[in-house]
Write a protein that binds this ligand. Structure first.
Ligand code: HSE
Length: 328
């Protein structure tokens, strides 16, 4: 198998929210917030360019996550592409619970696979991504788009994808501080009681059924959680109040997004209370001493969008080419 000489691949990959409250390490939803990764074979050396806020803290050498993930794809496919040109831009805030690392992993897997003629199946990429992340929720959503329900035993991840209801809007309040997933997982107990396990099984099942059947009025009751959110509350001032109060301010339901610190509220499209909800999130965080920025998003129904960059397009600088689509 040959890497096509001069071939350049660009992948646009969605952000994601994990857990949706009760579905810890199992539920994920892709969001209309994106990262772009461009990849081509390097000319005798590896050149990595990262654009976007906070990207200067990310390694731009062969320790770069995208480079390392691409090499896993090449190894799995039995090809050698030691030098790469990688360019990335991301609108996804780093370390805030919106799946930025999952998007980078999925984008790298998909771009590297496309670069060598797509020898690996989508399922293979999902298995690799789940192992790399340690849980399948964010990577599943970024890879398949929509709402993804998955179960992972450390070796194999199985999933079902649901089409998100068309009337769902997603409001995220992103605190201006970072919280590593490692720290947020460290706050969790090693064991939980049967009553809390039963509570979450019921809520998570109800949430999936409510989302699948369009019974949006059940979301508020179904988004409750006793496995992780209560233990993470101390790390995110204001979160517990928002999760308790959001449904009284126009939300269909609210949850911590992934490991946080972002909080997410679902809202019915066109709701006259959208402004009230946004103000409630900002004000409640502010009262707890947290400055948060809000974004209105939609569930993203597609996974990565892959394109080959033509010679003509490649003459235009990367950021110029994508600038019509980026948020900032
Ligand atoms: N399910 C994960 C967690 C998502 O809550 O820790 C964050 O990566």
């Amino acid at each position: 198998m040959n890497v096509l000489a001069g071939r350049t691949i660009i992948v646009k990959v969605p952000a994601s929210t994990a857990n949706l409250g009760p579905g810890f390490d199992s539920l994920g939803m892709a969001l209309s917030l994106f990262a772009w990764i461009e990849m081509a074979e390097g000319n005798g050396q590896t050149v990595i360019k990262m654009h976007g806020s906070g990207m200067d803290s990310i390694p731009a050498d062969k320790n770069n996550l995208i480079y390392k993930v691409a090499q896993l794809v090449f190894r799995e496919a039995g090809v050698s592409v030691p030098e790469l040109n990688i360019t990335m831009y991301s609108d996804i805030p780093l370390t805030r619970g919106l799946g930025s690392s999952a998007s980078a992993i999925v984008g790298a897997l998909v771009a590297a696979n496309a670069l060598i003629g797509s020898p690996l199946t989508e399922d293979k990429l999902f298995q690799m991504a789940s192992k790399l992340e340690g849980h399948p929720d964010n990577v599943g959503a970024s890879l398949f788009g929509g709402i993804v329900i998955s179960a992972f035993d450390g070796r194999r991840a199985d999933h079902v994808r649901l089409e998100p209801h068309q009337a769902l809007d997603v409001l995220v309040a992103v605190p201006r501080f970072q919280l590593s997933t490692e720290k947020a997982r460290h706050a969790l107990p090693k064991q939980i009681g049967m009553a809390d396990a039963v509570f979450n099984v019921g809520r998570s099942s109800l949430l999936v059924a409510a989302l699948a059947s369009g019974q949006l009025h059940l979301i508020a009751a179904a988004m409750k959680d006793r496995l992780h959110q209560p233990y993470r509350a101390a790390l995110i001032p204001g979160m517990a109040e928002i999760l308790d109060g959001a449904a009284h301010h126009g939300a269909l339901g609210a949850a911590l997004s992934g490991a946080g610190p972002t909080v997410l509220a679902l809202c019915e499209t066109g709701s006259p209370r959208a402004g009230e909800l946004e103000k409630y999130l900002i004000d409640t965080f502010a009262e707890a001493g947290v400055t948060a920025d809000t974004m209105w998003l939609k569930p993203c129904v597609t996974g990565p969008v892959i394109a080959e960059v033509t010679d003509e397009q490649a003459k235009v600088p990367f950021m110029e080419r994508i600038k019509g689509e980026v948020r900032a």
